[in-house]
Design a protein. Sequence first.
Length: 148
Amino acid sequence: MNLFSKLKRFGFRNQPSGVVHSTREFQLILERERARADRSGDQFSLVVFDFENRDNPSFPIEYLTRVLCSRIRITDSIGWHDEKSIGVILPGTAGEGAWKFADDVCKIMKITASSDTCRVYTYPMLMTVKKGRASEGFNPEEIRRQRS
Protein backbone atom coordinates (compact mmCIF):
# COMPACT_ATOMS: atom_id res chain seq x y z
CA MET A 1 0.00 0.00 0.00
CA ASN A 2 1.50 3.39 -0.96
CA LEU A 3 1.65 6.33 1.45
CA PHE A 4 -1.21 8.19 -0.21
CA SER A 5 -3.54 5.18 0.13
CA LYS A 6 -2.42 4.59 3.70
CA LEU A 7 -3.20 8.14 4.79
CA LYS A 8 -6.50 8.18 2.88
CA ARG A 9 -7.46 5.00 4.74
CA PHE A 10 -7.04 6.81 8.06
CA GLY A 11 -9.17 9.71 6.78
CA PHE A 12 -7.39 12.50 8.62
CA ARG A 13 -9.76 15.42 9.10
CA ASN A 14 -8.16 17.32 11.98
CA GLN A 15 -6.57 20.16 10.02
CA PRO A 16 -8.30 23.55 10.57
CA SER A 17 -9.49 23.49 6.97
CA GLY A 18 -10.75 19.97 7.62
CA VAL A 19 -8.55 17.84 5.35
CA VAL A 20 -5.11 16.80 4.17
CA HIS A 21 -5.65 17.75 0.55
CA SER A 22 -5.23 15.42 -2.40
CA THR A 23 -2.48 16.12 -4.91
CA ARG A 24 -4.92 17.82 -7.30
CA GLU A 25 -6.54 19.94 -4.56
CA PHE A 26 -3.12 20.90 -3.24
CA GLN A 27 -2.00 21.98 -6.72
CA LEU A 28 -5.08 24.23 -7.01
CA ILE A 29 -4.33 25.80 -3.62
CA LEU A 30 -0.73 26.37 -4.72
CA GLU A 31 -1.92 28.09 -7.90
CA ARG A 32 -4.35 30.25 -5.87
CA GLU A 33 -1.54 31.32 -3.53
CA ARG A 34 0.67 32.20 -6.49
CA ALA A 35 -2.10 34.37 -7.96
CA ARG A 36 -2.63 36.03 -4.57
CA ALA A 37 1.12 36.70 -4.25
CA ASP A 38 1.22 38.13 -7.79
CA ARG A 39 -1.61 40.53 -6.95
CA SER A 40 -0.48 41.55 -3.46
CA GLY A 41 3.30 41.32 -3.75
CA ASP A 42 3.37 39.12 -0.63
CA GLN A 43 5.58 36.09 -0.29
CA PHE A 44 4.60 32.54 0.56
CA SER A 45 6.58 29.38 1.11
CA LEU A 46 6.06 25.74 0.35
CA VAL A 47 7.68 23.21 2.69
CA VAL A 48 7.87 19.68 1.25
CA PHE A 49 8.54 16.71 3.52
CA ASP A 50 9.96 13.89 1.39
CA PHE A 51 9.70 10.18 2.23
CA GLU A 52 11.45 8.66 -0.80
CA ASN A 53 14.94 9.15 0.62
CA ARG A 54 14.12 7.97 4.14
CA ASP A 55 16.37 5.26 5.55
CA ASN A 56 13.56 4.11 7.82
CA PRO A 57 10.74 2.55 5.77
CA SER A 58 8.45 2.66 8.80
CA PHE A 59 8.58 6.47 8.90
CA PRO A 60 5.42 7.36 10.83
CA ILE A 61 3.44 9.25 8.20
CA GLU A 62 0.37 9.42 10.43
CA TYR A 63 2.43 10.99 13.21
CA LEU A 64 3.93 13.55 10.81
CA THR A 65 0.44 14.48 9.66
CA ARG A 66 -0.72 14.98 13.24
CA VAL A 67 2.36 17.10 14.01
CA LEU A 68 1.77 19.24 10.91
CA CYS A 69 -1.90 19.70 11.76
CA SER A 70 -0.97 20.81 15.29
CA ARG A 71 1.64 23.31 14.03
CA ILE A 72 -0.13 25.13 11.21
CA ARG A 73 -2.11 28.35 11.25
CA ILE A 74 -5.67 28.60 9.97
CA THR A 75 -4.31 30.19 6.77
CA ASP A 76 -1.89 27.32 6.02
CA SER A 77 -2.70 24.25 3.91
CA ILE A 78 -1.42 20.67 4.07
CA GLY A 79 -1.61 18.32 1.12
CA TRP A 80 0.04 15.63 -0.92
CA HIS A 81 2.74 17.14 -3.11
CA ASP A 82 3.05 13.75 -4.82
CA GLU A 83 2.76 10.13 -3.67
CA LYS A 84 6.04 10.32 -1.76
CA SER A 85 5.86 13.75 -0.16
CA ILE A 86 3.55 16.01 1.83
CA GLY A 87 3.65 19.77 1.42
CA VAL A 88 2.62 22.68 3.59
CA ILE A 89 1.77 26.04 2.03
CA LEU A 90 2.62 28.92 4.38
CA PRO A 91 1.10 32.20 3.10
CA GLY A 92 2.90 35.38 4.18
CA THR A 93 6.00 33.39 5.17
CA ALA A 94 9.48 34.01 3.80
CA GLY A 95 12.13 31.30 3.50
CA GLU A 96 13.61 31.88 6.96
CA GLY A 97 10.22 31.41 8.64
CA ALA A 98 9.53 28.32 6.53
CA TRP A 99 12.86 26.78 7.58
CA LYS A 100 11.98 27.51 11.22
CA PHE A 101 8.68 25.69 10.69
CA ALA A 102 10.50 22.73 9.06
CA ASP A 103 13.11 22.65 11.85
CA ASP A 104 10.38 22.70 14.52
CA VAL A 105 8.45 19.86 12.86
CA CYS A 106 11.61 17.78 12.40
CA LYS A 107 12.62 18.41 16.03
CA ILE A 108 9.23 17.12 17.24
CA MET A 109 9.62 14.12 14.91
CA LYS A 110 13.17 13.55 16.25
CA ILE A 111 14.70 13.72 12.78
CA THR A 112 17.21 16.14 11.28
CA ALA A 113 15.92 18.76 8.87
CA SER A 114 18.04 18.20 5.78
CA SER A 115 17.66 18.04 2.01
CA ASP A 116 16.83 14.33 2.45
CA THR A 117 13.84 15.08 4.67
CA CYS A 118 12.50 18.44 3.52
CA ARG A 119 12.78 21.25 1.00
CA VAL A 120 11.67 24.86 1.22
CA TYR A 121 10.51 26.90 -1.77
CA THR A 122 9.54 30.57 -1.69
CA TYR A 123 7.52 32.68 -4.10
CA PRO A 124 8.21 35.16 -5.53
CA MET A 125 11.66 33.85 -6.26
CA LEU A 126 13.55 35.47 -3.43
CA MET A 127 16.44 33.59 -1.88
CA THR A 128 16.78 33.33 1.90
CA VAL A 129 19.68 31.61 3.59
CA LYS A 130 19.56 30.15 7.08
CA LYS A 131 22.12 27.80 8.59
CA GLY A 132 23.78 27.46 5.21
CA ARG A 133 20.55 26.32 3.51
CA ALA A 134 18.87 28.29 0.79
CA SER A 135 15.17 28.28 0.23
CA GLU A 136 14.62 27.80 -3.47
CA GLY A 137 12.51 30.16 -5.50
CA PHE A 138 9.97 28.26 -7.54
CA ASN A 139 7.37 28.42 -10.20
CA PRO A 140 4.32 26.22 -9.45
CA GLU A 141 4.12 25.39 -13.17
CA GLU A 142 7.58 23.77 -12.95
CA ILE A 143 6.52 21.67 -9.96
CA ARG A 144 3.48 20.40 -11.86
CA ARG A 145 5.62 19.47 -14.89
CA GLN A 146 8.08 17.54 -12.71
CA ARG A 147 5.26 15.37 -11.36
CA SER A 148 3.70 14.64 -14.76
